[in-house]
Write a protein that binds this ligand. Structure first.
Ligand SMILES: [Zn+2]
Ligand SMILES: [Zn+2]
Ligand SMILES: [Zn+2]
Length: 206
């Protein structure tokens, strides 16, 4: 489903040299927007243009030759699971990479950054606070799946957050439109996906 396509773009900043990953979700393009990517120092690093559903153009300000490069990707390449290097076409020097972020905390941070002022969500402030809370739980080791896996994928919808176990595909949905949704999450001290628990384990720990 288009809405759940996501990736991250890590590009070196031509002004300060920092390499930061920015989260890009299909919602970044909603309403025919061309997402623009800025460094935390304020320098614009890149913008992404989508043509139809099949072509993506990354316009980036190169940290090596300080010129603008336009790199094109098919939709399959752009949203690919495997990271691909972003290289300066003049010098061949790698400027960064494009590919989904596997680490959950890093991903939540990148999502939260991207979310500021986004109109994809019914209640963006609430979504930010929910993500913040989830991040805390991940750091405390209190977010995962009952199958034993800690590899959790996050899917965002306008009114809810879905956590999916990458191991057993178990999932849990957290509503994200009213303040009570955050209160409910704050009262929980862990979030575990009710995933697949092997039979022998179930019998030992009922
Ligand atoms: Zn910078
Ligand atoms: Zn270049
Ligand atoms: Zn699982």
């Amino acid at each position: 489903m288009l809405i759940n396509r996501e990736t991250t773009l890590s590009l070196r900043c031509p002004a300060c040299g920092l390499l930061i990953a920015d989260y890009i979700h299909a919602f970044s393009f909603s309403g025919n927007k061309n997402p623009e990517i800025y460094c935390s120092c304020g320098q614009k690093k890149a913008s992404i243009r989508r043509e139809g559903n099949e072509k993506y153009f990354l316009v980036c300000l190169c940290a090596v030759c300080e010129e603008e490069h336009v790199l094109s990707f098919s939709a399959g390449e752009f949203w690919d699971d495997k990271p691909r290097p972003i290289k300066c076409p003049e010098s061949g020097i790698q400027l960064g990479k494009l590919g989904p972020q596997k680490d959950l905390v890093g991903k939540l941070e990148a999502i939260a950054e991207q979310l500021q002022g986004d109109d994809f969500f019914i209640n963006p402030d609430l979504v930010l606070r929910l993500l913040d809370r989830l991040q805390g739980l991940v750091q405390e080791g209190k977010l995962g799946c009952l199958c034993g896996s800690r590899e959790v994928h996050v899917d965002l919808f306008p009114d809810r957050i879905k956590l999916i176990c990458q191991n057993c595909a178990g999932e849990v949905v957290l509503p994200a439109c009213r303040d009570c949704d955050l209160e409910r999450l704050n009262r929980r001290n862990s979030v575990f996906i009710p995933g697949y628990v092997p039979k022998e384990k179930r019998e030992k720990n009922p």
